[in-house]
Design a protein. Structure first.
Length: 157
């Protein structure tokens, strides 16, 4: 299965769904004003993570097109990629967390796990298959060392 919808579009659809739920089905407030402004923090961190990953791809001169992971020419494992295999998707998730915080209604929180599932199955898993074909054992080692979403794995001896 090849990815068909760009991840930023999936995130935009999720953000619009969050806004619609907030507007027409606000199941209570979990974040009152002015505390909603705290949503700027995860949004800013998410944008920074995404841009850092994007720049790492550019410096490595490999594709940044998420719809064509089979065109990767270099496996980036340094920098932000040493703590998450998917910093761009983690960044988009953090932007959505910030948006949910800014909106402040409980119903928006239902979209976050849905985004996580969709991006994992529609984008990340197909990318992982393509990278495994392209980079073989190097990618297998990287997968053993770094988690899909966040964190390094402890090595057992």
């Amino acid at each position: 299965m090849k990815p068909r919808v760009p991840p930023p579009i999936i995130a935009l659809i999720a953000a619009l769904a969050m806004w619609a739920l907030h507007r027409w089905l606000p199941l209570g407030r979990w974040m009152p004003w002015p505390w909603q402004r705290l949503g700027l923090l995860p949004t800013t961190v998410g944008i920074a993570i995404t841009m850092t990953a994007f720049m790492s791809f550019r410096q490595a001169r490999t594709t940044v097109n998420p719809l064509q992971p089979d065109r990767a020419t270099y496996l980036v494992t340094e920098g932000i990629f040493s703590i998450t295999r998917n910093p761009m998707y983690l960044g988009l998730l953090l932007v959505l967390v910030g948006w949910a915080t800014w909106l402040g209604s409980l119903s928006t929180l239902f979209v976050l796990p849905l985004y996580w599932v969709v991006i994992t199955y529609a984008q990340i898993i197909p990318e992982e298959r393509a990278l495994a074909r392209l980079f073989g054992e190097k990618y297998a080692t990287y997968r053993r060392d770094v988690n899909r979403w966040i964190g390094r794995r402890a090595h057992r001896q």
